[in-house]
Design a protein around this ligand. Structure first.
Ligand code: HAM
Length: 429
């Protein structure tokens, strides 16, 4: 027997029951980012492998262990994008969008990382990201955080996400700090785990990010990046924290927040929750001013964040109101062949006349009983009924499917009036 075909581990289907919550989230993301002047950009899912190596960094978990990399038929090394920032910079440079210009982009789409799958961590997952170019000052850092807070408010997630911040300083400051950190950890080798010993050689800042509680004490004693920041970096970071205070945004400065991608400098931040278990980072980002030059452009300011759609949708929880709103308005029941023909014509007329109406026509015949069962199952608010009498009189029966109202008979004009009024009570875009 042939093997049963299944989705790839860590890659999941989003079924229609869940999609209503995704769409509700997407609608908020689009509206809010438009309100801050961001424009959508659509980027390829596959890029040259070198793009990710040069941006995310050769010695990061993503590049070392998690990329879906393959040779295409020409022998070129390609990679399924593990994130959107690198491709966004590549596209902006390629199309000359960054010459003395400020730009604000957003994107939404699947990303791929070969991580160990668990709740909230997938091998194909969706990110919504925003990236802003050409803004030097801390005001864009502030605006991005305000934008993200507005997203949470509009999604009814007020107070459910906590903001953590840090400053990584400039590339030079970080290089000096890296040395200090290596010296310190080399004096405490016996307290490090295997992972950290490896990172000590490759990416020592990532030791600070370790989730192993046995390392807490040695990490607590490590030199602090904040002490290694120069005057300009410190001033920029405190300007940002003051501004956040002014806007009443609560945050924690987390000196261990270093992020898993190499391109960051200065401000980095994450919105986290305890409600999702171990995969609690819903949204993360920061400045990456150095990346434009690194990928062949002129030097320039860059900042952005990306949020994990699965995690955000999960945090939203069950939303029967959204499921309810996605159900059909009308199920059209027709029992004899002439009634079916008339019903199909009526369905098309109603769709012409009311483009927002959600009308489901019974297909494939069936008795009254069967058709009403289907009508109930699809969750429609009303059944429109064309039986033999209605087929000859040109009228229709109308029956509310929830509640105990009796079936009424309506003329074509009365039906029109009824649907107009019904749709007036709906907010439908
Ligand atoms: P990141 O921290 O790697 O940053 O990912 C951002 C978010 O994507 C995470 O906070 C999480 O919600 C979601 N995410 C990441 N990996 C997975 C996974 N395996 N399964 C489910 N969700 C996941 C970036 O990707 C940067 N490009 C963000 C950025 C944009 N920085 C500047 N601009």
């Amino acid at each position: 027997m042939s093997e049963k075909l299944q989705a790839i581990r860590g890659m999941h289907d989003v079924l229609p029951d869940a999609i209503v919550r995704w769409q509700a989230v997407e609608a908020v993301l689009r509206t809010v980012t438009a309100a801050y002047g961001y424009h959508e950009i659509r980027l390829p899912i596959v890029e040259q492998t070198a793009l990710f190596k040069r941006s995310i960094g050769e010695v990061t978990d993503i590049v070392e262990k998690e990329m879906y990399t393959f040779e295409d038929r020409n022998g070129d090394s390609l990679t399924l994008r593990p994130e959107g920032t690198a491709g966004c910079v590549r596209a902006a440079l390629e199309h000359g969008l960054l010459h003395h210009q400020q730009q604000k982009f957003w994107y939404l789409g699947p990303m791929f990382r070969h991580e160990r799958p668990q709740k909230g961590r997938y091998r194909q997952f969706y990110q919504f990201g925003v990236e802003a170019y050409g803004f030097e000052g801390f005001d864009i850092d502030l605006e991005l955080i305000l934008l993200s807070r507005r997203l949470w408010c509009q999604l009814g997630l007020n107070g459910r996400l906590r903001l953590e911040l840090n400053s990584l300083g400039t590339t030079e400051e970080r290089a000096q700090y890296r040395e200090a950190l290596v010296t310190y950890f080399k004096g405490h080798l016996d307290q490090l785990d295997a992972d950290s010993l490896r990172r000590l050689e490759t990416n020592p800042l990532r030791i600070l990010d370790s989730k192993n509680p046995d390392l807490d004490a040695v990490i607590a004693g490590a030199p602090r990046l904040s002490d290694a920041l120069g005057e300009a970096s410190s001033a920029q970071f405190s300007a940002l924290t003051h501004a956040l205070d002014e806007h009443g945004i609560e945050y924690t400065v987390n000196p261990r927040l270093v992020r898993g991608l190499d391109y960051y400098s200065q401000t980095v931040f994450e919105w986290v929750t305890e409600a999702l278990g171990s995969q609690g980072t819903v949204c993360a980002g920061g400045r990456y001013d150095g990346l434009l030059q690194q990928l062949g452009g002129r030097s320039g300011a860059a900042i952005g964040f990306a949020l994990g759609m699965e995690r955000l949708v999960d945090l939203l929880g069950e939303r029967p109101d959204l499921e309810e709103a996605a159900r059909p308005d009308i199920y059209l029941v027709a029992v004899s062949p002439p009634a079916e023909r008339q019903a199909m014509r009526l369905a098309e007329q109603l769709r012409d006349r009311f483009p927002c109406l959600r009308l489901e026509m019974n297909l494939g015949g069936g008795s009254f009983k069967t058709q009403f069962r289907r009508a109930d199952r699809c969750g429609a608010a009303y059944a429109l009924v064309i039986g033999e009498t209605e087929a000859s009189s040109g009228e229709v029966g109308l029956k509310a499917l929830r509640g105990a109202e009796d079936q009424r008979t309506l003329s074509a004009a009365a039906l029109d009036e009824f649907i107009t009024q019904y749709l007036n009570t709906m907010v439908r875009t």
